[in-house]
Design a binder for this molecule. Sequence first.
Ligand code: SOE
Length: 389
Amino acid sequence: MVGYAFMGAAHSQAWRTVNRVFDLPLHARMTAVCGRDEANVAAAAARLGWEQHTTDWRSLVSRDDIDLIDICTPGDSHAEIAIAALAAGKHVLCEKPLANTIDEARQMAAAAERGAAAGVRSMCGFNYRRVPAVALMRRMVADGRIGDIRHIRAAYLQDWITDPQFPLVWRLQKDKAGSGALGDIGAHIIDLTQFVTGQRITGVTALTETFVKERPLPQASSGLSAAAGDGNGTVATGLVTVDDAALFLARLDGGAIATYEATRFATGRKNGLRVEINGSLGSIAFDFERMNELEFYDAAEPSTEQGFTTILVTEPDHPYLSAWWPPGHGIGYEHSFTHQARDLIEAIATGADPAPSFTDALQVQLVLDAVLRSAGSGSGWTDVEPILA
Ligand code: SOE
């Protein structure tokens, strides 16, 4: 694994757990973790359960005893590491968004296709697909339970940078992260809604905003928390080069129309990912803050009994859940990463191509690009570039 901060910890938890919970044909061995700082990566290896550590990711890619490279770094290094790993015949799991530019994403998708032809698997880490309620939502939509899809209403709301004194961490720097709320959390709702509906976004009209344009430089950061200043009382500042919020309208290729909102300024909303879909026969809604539930409205019910019902997605018949606890006991955020690891191991073992593929993730990247172009042009209607350019 390369990178060991928030996502690295989440992925490590998954690799530690996956074979203890799921009965799989292959066993994940946590051989080595890589980071830039020797002392910090050594501590991370011990804390997260990796056998060895290194500061040179290239040494991992060239090792014969490593089969899979898991990329948990900021977006500016995804392409270089993934392309080198695939060329060396390693399976790759790469955090989202796939890359910082569509050019890099195209190169990664091409490398993944060459890899697939040689039996090498690659997957992008859109973990929310693996929340059981989301997987059930997709199944119900595919089974026609809400009929033809008319509306998609998606929002991913956080508030961790509302304070203007919150430092300029890498997620607020375009050269490291590619974009701001748009790519970090907007990418999740783009992927999730396309996954659930089976439809793809063809065009958008968008606006973005950066509310706080300059912030103190960070002293130290960990996960989503950080301290400002150099530790000696001096606080230099730097420019925020990404969006704080992105909003857009979209059309999808199956006829649905949609609204999307991604922001880190929704005061009081910590990880508020909500998607509602309205169809000709009913509606269905998921809210991460109640992740073990799904709201379902069936318009075929007698008018005297109509209303949204709450499905408790906690039963062994629901996706992924037979491996966990007795009925009704529920699961959390980290389980989505364990399910992701499970599905990747299963695909590697059976020789199947896992989803979302790098090409699926490239398509999300093309939507992000269309949103930024639309916002840059003053919200003009903008088509999403086709995958085959
Ligand atoms: C930060 O906004 C973040 O950690 C994202 O990077 C993750 O993808 C999301 O799951 C939670 O929030």
